[in-house]
Design a protein around this ligand. Structure first.
Ligand code: KG4
Ligand code: ZN
Length: 330
């Protein structure tokens, strides 16, 4: 069964053709970094305009690269939230029109479910139940994944997402958007123990907070303008990674499970990947990491989640609307 997956939740226009929810045939992503770079973050109005320009070419390329026609497609899966409403609207309206005109079933997918189920696009896929840390520019949450469509949120950020903190710290160090990958590279030349930034561990909670860490970096930079950027980047990254790993491992132990999946843009971070693997080896649990193109937003994860929903008989009506806020597992 071939599913066309579409994601326009943030600043990437993406479309993909996936077979049986597990095999990526094509996966096209057009990012807008060039447009938002000079503003130091995403400008929602510019993001939706660019999605409107790119949606047809990206979907066309996904179909061409997969060497399939629309009438080979069993269902169109579209991300309808959470995300920027203006951006989501472009993907949702486009998918509805394409489904209506071509008489193809439409399936609505939660972006966060897409990140969790992107793990089924790799071999081996995790076995249920497992813990999933979804850590990106817009989200930082820990879930207990009991099965397809069975999610329980165990913790979430109380303020900024981890990726947002990476982007903001990068900006205050004079780097461009998106700063996460730049902090990742710069940290390789820095001393992660140069500055001891705060690590908020709320007692008995799996919630996160990254805004205090970001402010601590800002205050440190103001007081120490001559300190090495490499050391600040590495010390900030160490604090963020520490908290992400501690909370994920705590979730694993609290739930009595033995597998963790890391997904979302920040899960491409080299230090996070290295540290969790080390921890897994020491404490004997399994860790599932995605290839970098599946960590960041993509249409394949939407197609995969769409497949599993469609298989259960779920389809969406043409009254489908985008939603900015849409927690998973409620
Ligand atoms: O999953 P994603 O593409 O979009 C959202 O759903 O938000 O994640 C984008 C976020 C950005 O904040 C970006 O800076 C961050 O992921 N990111 C990274 C790395 N690669 C992307 N953060 C840290 N290290 C990386 N290597
Ligand atoms: Zn995402």
């Amino acid at each position: 069964m071939l599913i066309l997956g579409i994601d326009t939740s943030c600043d990437d226009t993406s479309a993909s053709v996936v077979e049986d929810g597990t095999r990526v045939i094509s996966n096209i992503v057009s990012n807008q970094n060039e447009i938002h770079r000079k503003y130091g973050g995403i400008v929602p109005e510019l993001a939706s305009r660019k999605h409107m320009e790119m949606i047809w070419p990206v979907v066309d390329e996904a179909l061409n690269k997969a060497d399939v026609k629309l009438n080979d497609i069993s269902a169109i899966a579209v991300c309808y939230g959470p995300g920027l409403v203006g951006s989501l609207l472009v993907g949702v309206c486009f998918a509805k029109s394409l489904a209506h005109v071509n008489k193809i079933p439409l399936v609505a997918v939660n972006h966060l479910e897409g990140h969790v189920l992107s793990s089924f696009l790799q071999d081996p896929a995790p076995e249920f139940p497992f813990i999933a840390l979804v850590v990106s520019g817009g989200h930082t949450s820990i879930y207990r994944v009991g099965g397809f469509c069975d999610y329980k949120e165990l913790g979430r950020t109380r303020d900024d997402a981890a990726g947002e903190a990476f982007d903001k710290v990068a900006k205050l160090l004079g780097m461009e958007y998106p700063g996460g990958p730049l902090i990742d590279s710069l940290s390789e030349k820095g001393d992660s123990e140069a500055v001891m930034f705060p690590r908020p561990f709320f007692q008995d909670s799996l919630d996160f907070s990254f805004s205090g860490l970001k402010t601590a970096v800002l205050n440190y930079v103001k007081k120490n303008p001559k300190s090495r950027k490499e050391d600040i980047a590495a010390s900030f990254q160490a604090a963020a990674v520490d908290v992400l790993i501690e909370k994920s491992v705590k979730a694993l132990k609290d739930e009595g499970l033995d597998s963790i999946l890391l997904s979302g843009g920040v899960s491409a971070n080299k230090t996070l990947r290295k540290m969790i693997k080390k921890r897994a080896q020491k404490e004997k649990f399994r860790v599932y990491l995605l290839s970098p193109d599946l960590c960041t937003d993509n249409g394949a994860m939407i197609a995969s989640a769409g497949f599993f929903r469609f298989k259960q008989g779920e389809t969406a009506g043409f009254d489908l609307n985008p939603r900015a806020y849409m927690p998973l597992g409620e």
